[in-house]
Write a protein that binds this ligand. Structure first.
Ligand code: 13P
Ligand code: SF4
Length: 312
């Protein structure tokens, strides 16, 4: 570690104390940020942690919709994220005005709208309940059976949940640009190199890739899967940051990043916008802050709290 990053780490710890801040980080953050965080986890774990914290400031190292989720459940706390441009292709694929128009145009259907948490507060405000990859099956299983379901914005996650629950759903055609980079060919090639390996994949992957996996689950569930796996070699088909968390938690395993057709692994450019320097700066300046109109926050809070209740 360079002296600069050591200084930065010290400064972050000092500012954290001064601000009475908590640092929450997603599993896809770079290793240096994960190592410094108070909690590292998936979207569901992070939402619970944000709800429970008694810190005054939440420094959210993840993407914007995750920090926004923390703000929705903590209107009176300051929520900062290191880079305000850390977006998400799934969030982009479903603008709130388009969803609102769709719901209005199909008012006769009386859709029960389930939104994957990877969406804006404006989209959350239009939904009946939120879900994450960690609880999607549970949430869909609790949906009313007398109304059709509209699932937004991830069509791949939606297809997987339909298979798992047997519920038919109308799917918004959004996708994660990182997970659709994995292909049947790229995963078959790495499987040929490690014929005894197990494959664990995120449900944002395409059906063709999911069919090659021994387990499909959220990033947090990958931790237990890798720890408990009866083999040494495990191919991990998700964003590259996950490997750092897994290597720490399952040091006896040989964890192999799932490759794409072009690269040895797949990086989320949004997740990787956050750096130690930007984390230091956001704690120092208390900016950029996540904010939203109070009426949107209130309407987004109801389906979010419903999810937290239903996934207990
Ligand atoms: P998890 O909730 O499984 O961590 O997934 C979040 C995400 O953005 C996956 O791309
Ligand atoms: Fe969004 Fe995909 Fe990045 Fe996750 S990996 S934050 S779904 S773009």
């Amino acid at each position: 570690m360079t002296s600069t990053s050591l200084d930065l780490r010290d400064e972050i710890q000092r500012l954290k104390k001064e601000r009475n801040a908590v640092i929450l980080a997603h599993n896809y953050q770079t290793g240096d940020i994960q190592d410094l965080a108070d909690y590292v986890g998936d979207s569901l774990g992070l939402a619970y942690r944000a709800q429970e914290t008694d810190a005054d400031v939440i420094a959210f190292c993840g993407v914007h919709f995750m920090a926004e989720t923390a703000k929705i459940v903590n209107p009176n706390k300051t929520v900062v994220l290191p880079d305000k441009d850390a977006g998400c292709s799934l969030e982009e694929s479903c603008p709130a005005d388009e969803l609102e128009k769709f719901i209005n145009d199909h008012a006769d259907k009386n859709y029960y709208v389930i939104a994957y948490i990877n969406c804006s507060a404006g989209v959350k405000a239009l939904c009946d309940v939120i879900c994450t990859s960690g609880n999607a099956i549970k949430i869909v299983n609790q949906a009313p059976t007398d109304r059709p379901i509209l699932f937004v914005p991830d069509a791949n996650l939606g297809a997987w949940v339909m298979e798992q629950t047997g519920r038919k759903m109308d799917l918004w055609q959004g996708a994660c640009y990182v997970h659709v980079e994995f292909t049947r060919d790229s995963i078959n090639k790495i499987k040929a190199e490690y014929p005894d390996a197990l494959v664990v994949a995120h449900p944002e992957c395409t059906t063709a890739v999911r069919l090659l996996a021994d387990e499909v689950c959220s990033t947090e569930k990958m931790v237990d899967y890798c720890k408990d796996a009866p083999v040494k070699n495990i191919i991990v088909v998700t964003e590259s940051g996950m490997l750092h968390r897994l290597q720490k938690e399952a040091p006896d395993k040989n964890l192999i990043a799932g490759p794409t057709d072009r690269c040895a692994c797949s990086d989320c450019r949004f997740m990787k916008m956050n750096t130690l320097q930007k984390l230091r700066d956001c704690l120092d300046h208390l900016a950029p802050q996540v904010e939203m109109p109070e009426d949107v926050r209130k309407r987004a809070e109801a389906p979010l709290l419903k999810m937290l209740e239903q996934s207990k």
